[in-house]
Design a protein around this ligand. Sequence first.
Ligand SMILES: Cc1cc2nc3c(=O)[nH]c(=O)nc-3n(C[C@H](O)[C@H](O)[C@H](O)COP(=O)(O)OP(=O)(O)OC[C@H]3O[C@@H](n4cnc5c(N)ncnc54)[C@H](O)[C@@H]3O)c2cc1C
Ligand code: FES
Length: 341
Amino acid sequence: MEYRIALNFEDGVTRFIQCRDNETVLDAAYRQRINLPMDCSDGVCGTCKGQCERGEFDLGDEYLEEALSDEEAARGQVLTCQMVPASDCVVRIAADSTRCKTGIGEYAGTLAGVETLSDDSLELSIDLDEGAELGFLPGQYVNIDIPGENEYRAYSFSSAPGETRATFLIRNVPDGRMSGYLRERAAPGDRITLRGPLGSFYLRPVSRPILMLAGGTGLAPMLAMLAQLQAQGCEQPVHLIYGVNQDDHLVKCEALDAFTEALPDFAYTTVVVDETSDHPRKGYVTHHLAAEMLNDGDVDVYLCGPPPMVDAVLTHFESLGQQPAGFYYEKFTPKRVEEAA
Ligand SMILES: Cc1cc2nc3c(=O)[nH]c(=O)nc-3n(C[C@H](O)[C@H](O)[C@H](O)COP(=O)(O)OP(=O)(O)OC[C@H]3O[C@@H](n4cnc5c(N)ncnc54)[C@H](O)[C@@H]3O)c2cc1C
Ligand code: FES
């Protein structure tokens, strides 16, 4: 039996490795040429300490308390030199990928199509090359090169991991470089390069109700997470509030309707900013956050969208004086704004 282990590095890079029966994560990583931090390899020094965020494993009892205390182990910390997985796992590594002699993965695919979903958003589909095996955690993103330009942009997967066709929801920015390529030049068959997966915005193990807050194309990672929840099963309530500027910017509602059928306790609420809209709920996402959705703080919140929307929600939560038990967010910061900062 082999297990798939996602190693999340401090610089946001994720690499997947295969771990064989009775193999430690450290040994599996070295076998696959990823030099995780280590010193003794024997459970003595604590250099290889990481955090297991998901999955079952055995740590044995051969390590020293000085290397990993009982309290640390109870919090999910692990010694990768002792950790033998008993399922697929996600492990956070306390080092940059470059320090571990690895780095961002590069994958190739062929553009399958660009669908105009609204005047504000496009759906890009890419058929990954055979054997590309681009693993990712639902919620993560990749950097996609703009063909013919020495530029790339970051996009969150809207498709689920493991599919040979990867999809992305992309805002159609009038003077945007990627938007311009997709609108005007993109043709089926174009070769596309993707680098990743990246980011710490991904679905965590589900142990309490989930509240998803999406602005515009910030819906993309939520679709990937919902697909994962459907695949793995989910008994907890999941509520999505999905806000857009105008009525016709609401997209993928059929996919959301399908999730209401497929998941036992999923509901979604749409919100439109435009004051002239006939939509039953107008304003911002924060205006429609009902107290019961926060479940007295016992909730995992996933928030994604353009920076002003994400900042507004963060400020709103601060003003409530109540932080959710789990709070994860991704800002779709434009690259040129990022570089100027
Ligand atoms: C982690 C991450 C994930 C993302 N995922 C998605 C996603 O799933 N879907 C999605 O639609 N987007 C996503 N984005 C945003 C995406 O990467 C691009 O920024 C966006 O698609 C615009 O790219 P573009 O090439 O079309 O526009 P660009 O050529 O980058 O221009 C974008 C806009 O920003 C303006 N701009 C440029 N520089 C500045 C500046 N200094 N100050 C103010 N404005 C400026 C431009 O005028 C233009 O209107 C994500 C971003 C990040 C960081
Ligand atoms: S490498 Fe020393 S405890 Fe793991």
